[in-house]
Write a protein that binds this ligand. Structure first.
Ligand code: AP5
Ligand code: MG
Length: 221
């Protein structure tokens, strides 16, 4: 799942993972778990995330590689927010190739900048389950400040403050286009218009997954 900050990757990845019976592997959620546990790794990555920068490729690739070797990901996974740079995309292909796997579809959710800012500024997250995502106007919870599913408190992410939103968009959108080009060249890119109701975006994504393209061999890149 490829998309700028706030494009709806997490919202859609949770739905797709549920429908397809594979885990939702979100690099941002994994980083935030480490930060919450105050692990050494969490302390290291926090400095990058707090200023809206990407975490270095080596740290990110190692974390995802570890996650994908877990048993529940044997039949596949929905990757949300990874890869985010060309070297990460290459590392993922190598990682999967070693185990006879491949990227079946790269799903790009395309949303314009003003809408991204509206989405990030109004987002609320469940404090116990990172897949429960709300929005002030687009998906308000039934009771203000409480998760519909488990009743836990909702919170706003530290990096959803206006200055950090701007930094994330400036620093992270350019490398995202390199990832898009990488998957275009591999013949597996599907672009979905994300400025539409959530259910319509889900339908388009499911449609794209149902018709996977055959990727170009790695050697051609
Ligand atoms: P990460 O957590 O991945 O953040 P992000 O990419 O900035 O994306 P978001 O989670 O903010 O947005 P989203 O696309 O998931 O949107 P959502 O579904 O929540 O990464 C955090 C940080 O970790 C990064 O800044 C970076 O530092 C680091 N990092 C992560 N991965 C990395 C990597 N691979 N390499 C290096 N560093 C990495 O939706 C947003 C809002 O919009 C919600 O409120 C939702 O309800 C609403 N919404 C969703 N869909 C719609 C719709 N169709 N209509 C209206 N509203 C909608
Ligand atoms: Mg997300």
């Amino acid at each position: 799942m490829v998309g700028a900050p706030g494009a709806g990757k997490g919202t859609q990845a949770a739905l797709l993972a549920d429908r397809l019976g594979v885990p939702h592997v979100a690099s941002g959620n994994l980083f935030r778990d480490h930060i919450q546990r105050e692990s050494q790794f969490g302390k290291k990555v926090k400095t990058y995330i707090d200023r809206g920068s990407l975490v270095p490729d080596d740290l990110t690739v190692q974390m995802i590689s570890n996650r994908l070797t877990e048993k529940d990901a044997r039949e596949g996974a929905i990757l949300d927010g990874f890869p985010r740079t060309r070297p990460q995309a290459q590392a993922l292909d190598k990682m999967l190739d070693r185990n006879g796997g491949r990227v079946a579809a790269a799903l790009y959710i395309d949303v314009d900048r003003d809408e991204l800012i509206r989405r990030l500024s109004g987002r609320w997250l469940c404090s116990v389950a990172s897949d429960h995502v709300y929005h002030d106007t687009a998906r308000p919870p039934k009771v203000a400040g409480k998760c519909d599913i488990d009743g836990a408190e909702l919170y706003q992410r530290e990096d959803d403050k206006p200055a950090t939103i701007r930094a994330r968009l400036e620093q992270q959108v350019p490398p995202m286009y390199e990832v898009i080009d990488y998957y275009k060249d591999r013949g597996v890119l599907n672009t979905v218009k994300g400025d539409r109701p959530m259910a319509q975006v889900t339908d388009d994504l499911m449609h794209a997954i149902a018709q996977p393209a055959v990727p170009q061999p790695l050697a051609k890149l």
